[in-house]
Design a protein around this ligand. Structure first.
Ligand code: NAD
Ligand code: IPM
Ligand code: MN
Length: 354
């Protein structure tokens, strides 16, 4: 039995996760997949109610018993410092050592591609974002806060082990999926210490993969190339912060954040508990309006099922979502006029889940 922890979270998180859960219930009840769903009440509401962020006993059970975590989104304007959200999100990413944040940028339909003279087949690459280090680790501090002399520091932490394992994951992925190139995006021209490590490590690891071309690109230029012509990109490896930014740009190429799914995995050891989440956040302006696109969450469930060994289900989910887009059964962000519930019902019906 695979224990799946579900954290709907904040804002539109619970709206889209409710439908993702219906899909999982279908796989459990009608398709008899051995899934046990464990819903967790964590997020802003819980934090405001009793101060709980990410309890040690929950972390322990996830670590020891769960196969996967499905997360909606975290972030609530009532809690501006977002400490509770970082506790949960980074508690999962760092705490479970999920060093590869795998973010496919794949357009499901020509209708979703915003670039002139480009079609869906031109937008198909995957970003491997380092997920346990970098500027996200919270090393640093503030000094003389609130005075004219105040100092604020966030250190960018890059370890040989951390950089190397992420780069290797990108090459492994390329090898397993028959891809011919891996790009590494950094700012080694400006960040001479940390990104010299990335640069050197990238070409060292590349030697182990002679059939795959290793290409270096500065991250600013990568942003340019991606909007000009994303076709040359197959696998992009990069650090935590750049990966975050580049994948929102990538989401733009695939029809918006409502279409972008992600997996957080310990790539070298897929048996370890992994975490799956749409790339988008809690989208406060959309909350309660039946406007949130549920497709990113469905695709995320697909990635999770594939990780659990049901790759054919991921393909079915992706096909159903593509059909929803093609037939106009989508929310306004994806060019349709349907509501969250209508889109979710349509996709679930297409998958035989209602
Ligand atoms: P956001 O992803 O919530 O929204 C960015 C834009 O995308 C908005 O225009 C929003 O309307 C749109 N959008 C996002 N998801 C959508 C969906 N499913 N359907 C249709 N449109 C969608 O990013 P933001 O506004 O920068 O951040 C809002 C909050 O979410 C912040 O607190 C932020 O920290 C948090 N956040 C959390 C996560 C996460 O939990 N993994 C990810 C990103 C942002
Ligand atoms: C994401 C988000 C998070 C990140 C935020 C909420 C900390 O933007 O998952 O893309 O930067 O990793
Ligand atoms: Mn982001």
């Amino acid at each position: 039995m695979a224990l799946i922890a579900i954290i709907p979270g904040d804002g539109i998180g619970p709206e889209v996760m409710g439908h993702a859960r219906r899909l999982l219930e279908h796989y459990r009840d009608a398709r008899k997949l051995p899934l046990e769903l464990w819903q967790l009440d964590l997020g802003a509401d819980r934090f405001l109610r009793d101060g709980t962020t990410f309890p040690a006993d929950v972390a322990k059970r996830i670590h020891e018993e769960a196969r996967a975590v499905l997360l909606g989104a975290l972030g609530d304007p009532r809690v501006p410092n977002l400490e509770y959200a970082r506790d949960i999100l980074f508690g999962l990413r760092f705490g479970l050592d999920l060093y590869a944040n795998v973010r496919p940028v794949k357009a499901l339909s020509d209708r979703l591609v915003p670039l002139k003279n480009r079609s869906a087949r031109d937008v198909d690459f995957v970003v491997f974002r380092e997920n346990t280090e970098g500027i996200y680790v919270g090393v640093g501090g503030q000094f003389k806060k609130g005075t004219a002399d105040e100092i604020a520091i966030n250190e960018d932490i890059n370890t040989r082990k951390g950089v190397e394992r992420l780069i290797r994951a990108g090459f492994e992925h390329a090898k397993r999926h028959g891809k011919k190139t891996v790009h590494m995006a950094d700012k080694s021209n400006a960040m001479k210490h940390a990104h010299e490590l990335w640069y050197r490590c990238f070409f060292e690891v590349a030697k182990e993969y002679p059939g795959i071309e290793a290409k270096h690109v500065y991250v600013d230029a990568l942003c340019l190339y991606l909007v000009q012509d994303p076709r040359p990109f197959e696998v992009v490896v990069t650090n935590n912060l750049f990966g975050d930014i580049v994948t929102d740009l990538g989401a733009g190429l695939q029809g918006g954040l409502g279409m972008a799914a992600s997996a957080n995995v310990h790539y070298a050891d897929p048996k370890r508990v992994a975490m799956f989440e749409p790339v988008h956040g809690s989208a406060p302006p959309l909350v309660g309006k039946n406007l949130a696109n549920p497709i990113a969450s469905f695709l995320t469930v697909g990635m999770m099922l594939s990780h659990l060994g049901y790759a054919e289900e991921e393909a079915r989910i992706e096909a159903a979502c593509a059909k929803a887009v093609e037939s106009g059964n989508v929310t306004p962000d994806a060019g349709g006029a349907k509501g969250t519930t209508e889109v979710a019902d349509w996709v679930l019906a297409e998958l035989g889940a209602r």
